[in-house]
Design a protein around this ligand. Sequence first.
Ligand code: GRF
Length: 195
Amino acid sequence: MRKLNGKLLKYNIAIFISGRGSNLQSIINYSLKNKTNYNVKIVISNKQKAKGLSIAKKNGIKNYFMNFTKSRKLGNLVLNDLKKNKIKLVCLAGFMRILPDYFIKSYNGKIINIHPSLLPKYKGLNTHKRVIKNKEKFTGCTVHYVNKYLDSGRIISQKKIKINSKDTEKTIEKKVLKIEHKIYPLTINKILTNL
Ligand code: GRF
């Protein structure tokens, strides 16, 4: 844990979202606990109506909508903002766009994502539907580094759950989301501990 004059110093992180923001909420909740080493400093959404923006607002966290993946000019504005705010880690939480190459390079190794499957299986969308169709016995979630390929960067952590015969897409989504909310904040904390 970093300290200055006996005071705990927290690393600033940014969260990118596109929608509901339940992972954002769990990351904020964890950051408010004792002895966590990060502080959610900025929340950026590429969708204007993302519910997650109001979660950020309610928690007094700087937040804004910017569809920055479409334009280099906007992308550079975001990068400058991240640097200005000393962001150590960017966490994608339900962010539904692939980040441009220049963006990933300039934050190299400092962008992570959570995906609702046991990667490398089931990259992309509709993971739970495909898991059921293929009669998988297990599924779960994965936190991984972001590279230029979809859901393909180095795996950092994973958590597994069992699928039973009564499970549906909905029940699996609920169970997986529950473990996402546990594993994501812990993984962020762990990465920053090792910085
Ligand atoms: C989560 O299932 C996450 O794994 C996936 O998108 C969903 C986002 O949910 N990438 P929320 O916006 O955090 O509630």
